[in-house]
Design a protein around this ligand. Structure first.
Ligand SMILES: NC(=O)c1ccc[n+]([C@@H]2O[C@H](COP(=O)([O-])OP(=O)(O)OC[C@H]3O[C@@H](n4cnc5c(N)ncnc54)[C@H](OP(=O)(O)O)[C@@H]3O)[C@@H](O)[C@H]2O)c1
Length: 274
């Protein structure tokens, strides 16, 4: 299947690299044929050399040659780009937009109304195939087209299909922006390690692997995080003292506020683009 990535910024590149790591689709039998487009010929040549794929400086040509078009530009750039490539957007193709806050209705209007559209919110760990992508489609979308989106994003990590588009702002605030929160937490834990005498590199490794391992426990054991926390918290032990300091510092409410603020910003961005 020919997948065209329109825009090779941070997220477009993460998707490209993730798909290149495992060039097979969800069934493991068909190779993605990857191509991309960027703004200038010089960047196209650079991307071709760096990633070893066909990279064009012509979005119209990319759309013509792709069966699936992944729109990976900034939200404010989406309308003009979609309108410019509309003549090539036929009903046999699929357009997947990862632009934050841009709705299915806007995508449909700007893309001429023929092509099937999906709105997705991935995150940057797609680069190492540990991404989290939520996506939603109009009710009329065929199961085949939904399966294509599922196959692309499940190659890049976990996926969740949403039935209600209104949930996309919350997902943006949580998993779309979430890697930044996690990096901040890892950095802070690493600083803490240094404070208690550990070398920096070791402290960062301990912090990152502890978060990765704990996340794996939550996903694989399918237990409530509170139950897992209770398991490691012995009476009068060290952990309860650490937890008490976190509660005193308001960690929970701070994280909740972070997600609420980011989700609200996503809503606000949509209101300004409508
Ligand atoms: N970053 C994240 O963690 C994240 C997560 C989920 C979703 N998203 C969404 O992903 C989208 C891209 O975000 P990003 O962080 O990857 O932004 P970015 O790094 O700024 O990438 C945007 C890319 O689009 C390119 N572009 C602009 N106009 C173009 C055109 N006419 N033709 C071809 N390429 C063009 C830009 O090229 P130039 O550099 O030449 O302008 C740039 O490389 C956004 O809509 C964002 O909401 C991002």
């Amino acid at each position: 299947m020919k997948v065209g990535i329109l825009g090779l910024g941070k997220m477009g590149e993460a998707i490209l690299q993730g798909l290149k790591l495992n060039p097979k689709n969800g069934n493991g039998d068909t190779r993605w044929e990857l191509l991309a487009s960027v703004r200038s010929e010089a960047s196209a040549q650079r991307a071709h050399q760096e990633f070893g794929i066909t990279c064009l400086s012509d979005n119209l040509e990319l759309a013509r040659r792709s069966e699936v078009i992944l729109l990976c530009v900034k939200p404010y750039q989406a309308e003009a780009i979609l309108k410019a490539i509309t003549p090539t957007l036929t009903d046999d193709k699929l357009l997947i937009s990862i632009c934050a806050s841009i709705t299915l209705k806007q995508l449909r209007e700007w893309s001429g109304g023929k092509i099937a559209v999906i709105r997705a919110m991935p995150n940057t760990p797609c680069l190492v195939r540990a991404g989290m992508t939520v996506f939603c489609a109009e009710n009329s979308l065929s199961p085949e087209k939904n399966q294509i989106a599922e196959a692309v994003f499940s190659t890049l990590g976990k996926t969740a299909a949403l039935m209600d588009e209104a949930l996309m702002d919350g997902a943006t605030g949580l998993s779309g922006c979430g890697p930044a929160y996690a990096y901040l937490i890892i950095e802070a834990l690493s600083d803490a390690g240094v404070k208690v005498g550990l070398p920096r590199a070791l402290a960062t490794e301990l912090a990152a692997q502890t978060l990765a391992g704990s996340a794996k426990m939550v996903m694989e054991r399918r237990q409530h995080p509170a139950a897992l926390k209770d398991e490691v918290t012995t009476p009068s032990g060290c952990t309860i003292d650490g937890l008490m300091a976190l509660e005193e510092g308001g960690l929970r409410v701070t994280l909740i506020k972070a997600v609420v603020a980011a989700a609200e910003r996503s809503r606000e961005l949509r209101r300004t683009s409508e």
